[in-house]
Design a protein around this ligand. Structure first.
Ligand SMILES: Nc1nc2c(c(=O)[nH]1)N[C@H]1C(S)=C(S)[C@@H](COP(=O)(O)OP(=O)(O)OC[C@H]3O[C@@H](n4cnc5c(=O)[nH]c(N)nc54)[C@H](O)[C@@H]3O)O[C@H]1N2
Ligand SMILES: Nc1nc2c(c(=O)[nH]1)N[C@H]1C(S)=C(S)[C@@H](COP(=O)(O)OP(=O)(O)OC[C@H]3O[C@@H](n4cnc5c(=O)[nH]c(N)nc54)[C@H](O)[C@@H]3O)O[C@H]1N2
Ligand SMILES: [Mo]
Length: 766
């Protein structure tokens, strides 16, 4: 491939970088203005107003952005959303659409030459599209023909395990339940999802330590907490409404500790746009103690704090640790403590890059506090030892008895708005026996028992030719997964790739021998079945299930709901042998919820409960103060810190989100809080590293990774001097996914190590 030409997997064209001041606060009036201007570029004022007034209201629809919960009671009547929520809506509720004519004029190759921002801005997909083998252009196809094509391929496979069914986290509970039901009735557990790349490490760590893979806190717990620790999360960009909760916590006296290689604007300060103070630009300080860890320094830091607390507790037993809680609810305390004592603070300090004095200051804050919440996101989950690092967070909370009481607990902050719900509904390649037994009881077929492929395994299977059909319920598999070129080969190897999508993305353009795009209704769209307006349901990051009712006229009459698409595929594929009543599910979503209730615990009287404003909480053992492990005890975990030794010309790179993107959807080319405008191909580096490598800020460089003896390269990135620990660097996802080695995954969770990529730099063209 010529170096100067964009390549279809990952165009490498530079824009025109402008650097502005790095911000020390998030939100404020600018955020409102920017959010609204994104809306007005995509729709008229009336549609914009209509959609904003319904966003996150009890009778409205759930923001398709992040999974942060809505307040149970007092929701701001007007503005229960944030800048990035408005951008998410602008993206989905746009009135631009891709007509058949658009595809006649634009070949697949020409579209792939555009960057992700340009592709996304083309508009909503308006009718089912089909790409025949060797064709250059997508062409329209009827829904029935699309379903028959899929059925034809699926029914020809030697085994159902030759098909892969991916899910992204925006899918509603109803669609997710039907999708997994169809996939299991068809005969496989090949249900990889975006969670595999996201909070899988949290799920594994929490299940093994505490018996449940979800967090334990409610939003109200924030208002009672004495200390909130935020590790590896950038809420100002990715969960902006969390800042309101943090501000309220602070007003009530909480201390906030932030652990992050970057001093993210939203962690430092907040101008609440829903308060006059905030609109006037009067900043509330959020973080009290900022710990600038090296990438993956978290485990060492947590252990150091535990060791310091242990020394204090031993001076006066019970003054620091909650020994009653430890004795009653936990196991493995003694060996854990013995192991901890064998370590030295100096070693921990060296491993995480935090001076001992700063660790002591942190331990001092925690010493007499009992109500501690720990929040984390991708800065903890996408590392080699992510599962053990998260278990270390749990260790700290257990020592303090900080789980299962008000104002305390675990808070893995989820990504997609219904990613937690999709798992609850059975989107999982390793379903429990209980779940499968329930399916069998209710639907009278025996679901497959063997585990299916997760995301990384699915890529390998397609690459090897073991999987031949790839179907995606949402998402952008090519760009979200690691090792872009390898994944591209895997997808191109398939006989058929199918995407149920709202917007065009790169996975439609790097495709199997034949390809289908099936356009669906989004969250904000009206869904009418037999003349009755339907709603769907979602579960947020704190286990609240509530309804979401779209209210905008869809951009095209051809759009149908994700559930209707699953029914279409199921009826065509399973034919008269189908056990589940697929025709009935098409008539009303209540029928789907009735069956969810029969299979999944916690959903009794689903249809009735979810119609109550604000919805209902799912049961959560940790929150209720008990642990659903085998022996009903929470487990202290013993782990060893392993520090990655880098050669002098190597850096550790984390791939993160800019302020103007939702995963692979690029809203704009700026990263306002980090002082970057009009460029995404940047690498943030420490001045000392820039000098050591004989480079200068603003140099254009190529980035390399050499894992497994393969050269991976991402070309044309501009060096930006930034406040980041030495030997650490940051770039944006998905531009650098090409460098994330497919075989580098977290132990136990198999999550790609997107925040731990070893890189070398060379001057571009040098
Ligand atoms: N607007 C918007 N909202 C989103 C998304 C989006 O793309 N845009 N994505 C959604 C999804 S799916 C998810 S999962 C979440 C993601 O939300 P985040 O996890 O906040 O997203 P990232 O940008 O990946 O940021 C990771 C943070 O971890 C830090 N970090 C990286 N490595 C380490 C480390 O080793 N230790 C520590 N302590 N910190 C580290 C980075 O500096 C960064 O601040 O947001 C969700 N919400
Ligand atoms: N290097 C690196 N890679 C990462 C990450 C990282 O931090 N670094 N983060 C990982 C994480 S946390 C995640 S969650 C994954 C995300 O991986 P995915 O979930 O696969 O990717 P998204 O970009 O969220 O998917 C966007 C696409 O979803 C479709 N879509 C949007 N709304 C809807 C809808 O309502 N219904 C349907 N059917 N389709 C819709 C649109 O066509 C859009 O183009 O990426 C992972 N990849
Ligand atoms: Mo995510």
């Amino acid at each position: 491939m010529s170096e100067n030409k964009p390549n279809p997997e990952n165009p490498e064209v530079l824009l025109d970088l402008k650097l502005i001041k790095v911000s020390d606060k998030a939100a404020g009036l600018t955020a409102v203005v920017v959010g609204v201007s994104h809306m007005l570029k995509e729709m008229d004022v009336l549609r914009g107003l209509k959609v904003s007034l319904a966003l996150n209201q009890k009778k409205g629809f759930d923001c398709p952005g992040c999974a942060w919960p809505d307040p149970d009671d007092e929701r701001s009547g007007f503005a229960e959303y944030c800048e990035n929520g408005l951008k998410a809506i602008a993206e989905e509720a746009t009135t631009k659409k891709l007509t058949t004519e658009f595809f006649v004029q634009n070949s697949v190759g020409a579209l792939a030459d555009l960057n992700d921002y340009e592709i996304g801005k083309k508009g909503r997909i308006a009718q089912p599209m089909y790409l025949p083998q060797d064709a250059m252009h997508y062409q329209p196809i009827s829904w029935d023909d699309a379903f028959s094509k899929i059925a034809g391929h699926l029914n020809q496979l030697a085994s159902p395990n030759e098909a892969v069914f991916y899910t992204s986290g925006r899918t509603s509970n109803e669609a997710a339940f039907l999708y997994q039901l169809f996939v299991r009735e068809y005969g496989t557990n090949n249900l990889p999802d975006c969670s595999n790349m996201c909070h899988e490490s949290s799920g594994v760590a929490l299940t093994e330590s505490l018996g449940i893979g979800k967090g334990s806190v409610k939003l109200e717990d924030f208002y009672e907490a004495e200390v909130i620790i935020i590790l590896g999360q950038n809420p100002g960009t990715n969960h902006p409404r969390m800042l309101s909760a943090l501000q309220k916590a602070k007003d009530n006296g909480a201390t906030i500790i932030s652990v992050n290689p970057l001093m993210e604007a939203g962690l430092v300060g907040f101008n609440n746009p829903q308060k006059v103070r905030g609109l006037l630009g009067l900043k509330s300080k959020l973080t009290d103690i900022y710990l600038q860890v090296k990438i993956n320094g978290d485990m060492a830091l947590l252990k150091a704090i535990e060791l310091l607390l242990l020394e204090e507790d031993e001076k006066n037993p019970g003054s620091v640790f909650d020994h009653d809680f430890i004795a009653k609810h936990t196991e493995n305390y003694v060996p854990f403590v013995e192991h901890l004592k064998q370590n030295k603070l100096e070693v921990f300090s060296e491993a995480c890059g935090i001076p001992i004095a700063k660790m002591k200051e942190t331990a001092e804050v925690l010493k007499h506090k009992k109500k501690i919440i720990a929040c984390w996101a991708m800065g903890l989950t996408q590392h080699k030892n992510a599962v053990d690092s998260i278990k270390e967070i749990v260790n700290l909370l257990l020592l303090k008895g900080s789980i299962g009481k008000p104002g305390a607990g675990t808070c893995p902050v989820r990504g997609h708005s219904n990613v937690q719900g999709d798992r609850t509904m059975g989107i999982y390649e390793k379903p429990s026996k209980l779940f499968l037994d329930n399916i069998e009881k209710v639907f009278h077929f025996t679901p497959p028992q063997a585990h299916g492929y997760d995301t990384v395994e699915a890529i390998h299977a397609m690459h090897k030719g073991d999987a031949k059909v790839f179907i995606a319920m949402g998402g952008n598999f090519l760009s979200a997964t690691p090792d872009t070129n390898y994944t591209a080969e895997a997808l191109r190897n398939c006989d058929l790739t199918v995407h149920v999508s709202t917007k065009l993305n790169r996975s439609h353009l790097v495709h199997g021998k034949e390809a289908l795009i099936l356009p669906c209704l989004g969250r904000s769209d009206k869904d009418e079945m037999n003349g009755e307006l339907q709603f769907v349901t979602c579960e947020n990051s704190m286990g609240v299930v509530q309804m979401s009712k779209g209210m905008l006229k869809p951009v095209s009459n051809h759009l149908i709901s994700e559930s209707a698409i699953v029914c279409g595929i199921a009826k065509a594929t399973l034919g008269s042998n189908a056990k589940a009543n697929w025709s009935q599910y098409e008539k009303h979503n209540d029928f789907i919820r009735n069956d969810i209730e029969k299979v999944i615990m916690g959903f009794d009287n689903y249809n009735e409960k979810v119609r109550k404003p604000g919805g209902f909480y799912l049961p959560n053992s940790n929150r209720e103060g008990w642990f659903s492990t085998m022996n009903a005890k929470a487990k202290f975990n013993i782990s060893i810190i392993t520090s990655q030794v880098l050669a002098s010309d190597e850096l550790m790179m984390m791939t993160i989100r800019s302020h103007d993107q939702f995963n692979t959807t690029i809203y704009g080319n700026d990263d306002r809080y980090r002082g970057i405008e009009n460029e995404r191909r940047v690498i943030l580096m420490n001045d000392k590293d820039i000098e050591k490598l004989g480079m200068k800020a603003s140099d254009t460089i190529d980035i390399f990774n050499y894992s497994d003896g393969i050269e991976r390269v991402a070309r044309r990135f501009i060096i930006v001097s930034y406040n980041i620990p030495e030997q650490c660097a940051a770039t944006y996802f998905p531009e650098t996914n090409v460098l994330v080695p497919i075989n580098s995954t977290a132990e136990k969770s198999n999550t790609p190590t997107s925040k731990m990529v070893i890189i070398k730099l060379k001057k571009h063209g040098g």
